[in-house]
Design a protein around this ligand. Sequence first.
Ligand code: HEC
Ligand code: HEC
Length: 371
Amino acid sequence: MNVRVIAACLLPIGFAVGQTRTDAKPPMADEVFKNIKVLKGLPVSEFMATMGFFSASLGENCTFCHVDQSAGSWARYADDNANKETARRMIGMVMAMNRSYFNGRRVLTCYSCHRGSDRPRLTPDLAELYGPPLLSEPDQIQPAPDAPPAETILNKYIEAAGGAQRLAALTSFAAKGTYQAYADTEKRAVEIYAKAPNQRTQIAHTGNGDSTTVFDGRGGWTATPPTDRPVPVLPLAGAELDGARLDAELAFPVRLRQMLTDWRVGYPTNLNDRDVQVLQGMTASKSPVKLYFDKESGLLVRQVRYAESPVGLNPTQIDYSDYRDVAGIKIPFRWTTTWLDGRSTIELTEVQPNVPIDAARFAKPATPAKP
Ligand code: HEC
Ligand code: HEC
């Protein structure tokens, strides 16, 4: 019996404050939703990632497989329509094919056939064959035989960002700026609070209400307006928790090398006409993270990470730019986050280094109120 199980037996009502949060089981889709027949046993976050994967694979909105009324009501997502029934059969088909033909490896996904269309194409396309090649992002990089060691590139980054000594002297910061979501024409206010070594909270005051992500050093949450998510305050789990941890650690990157394991260095490539070095490491839950460093400046320009879903991986890409000097450290003042069902850009206007930050900033967020 491990320590956690013993603690659970002794304290049937709950853990002491400070343990409850991170050891609590994330809510499961089967408990929260009404009509789950195939995708059983998934945390809500992974279930919703699966829905995002479906939409992106077929190039369709949510209402393609859900009744029109679901657009204004989470409850109506439980209703079935013909495409939802087909999707259920397709999940079974894909799982059976991976099992029977590929030794149970998840090499076939909805996207393998659909490629962003509801009806997979039947015939090779001459226009595509002779058109300009589409540069696509590989999930995992190939190690390059004569690449410099990962440590060299990471050390160069630490130097470029201000050096280990100055980085270690940054113990916290509070930042303000704007947040613009893909479909929103307006820039909204955003606040970021970070405390070394790895606590970070981001609050975007969106048109629907506040959208908050917290990582408290062990666990984390996302809180979104009820119009945006079926469960407004969700504990982070798996690769999403790893992602929030990574963003928190990257705010104070001295420990970057210990943060991921199984580092490999790929072939150098090109990003926005700049030469970049590509590194890959694995998170605690064994999902790959790729980091792109500008060859000349040594600074981090892109991060790509993946969240698990039973039908495929969900990529998230963050592009960093506009590095400015704060207390002798280079901090990106602009970054764009792109994921399967959204994109947002944050531009900072001010960063206050080494300010005291109330511990309550990193506590579980409350359900967001309407603006
Ligand atoms: C390709 C089809 C498809 C698309 C696109 C799709 N879904 Fe689903 N959705 C399903 C299927 C199938 C189920 C039922 C899963 C099961 O039975 O295990 C489901 C179930 C759900 C449920 C649970 C409802 C309940 O109470 O039982 C929610 C919520 C949901 N989807 C939200 C979404 C959202 C939000 C989107 C857009 C991001 C979306 N779906 C896009 C196929 C789809
Ligand atoms: C091996 C190839 C393949 C894979 C993998 C695949 N599909 Fe399909 N899917 C098809 C084909 C082919 C059709 C069109 C069938 C037809 O024309 O009757 C289709 C049709 C559909 C439709 C109906 C679309 C419409 O306009 O009628 C839905 C919904 C769908 N697939 C969902 C999915 C989902 C969700 C996944 C992943 C779990 C998936 N498919 C994986 C081949 C595939």
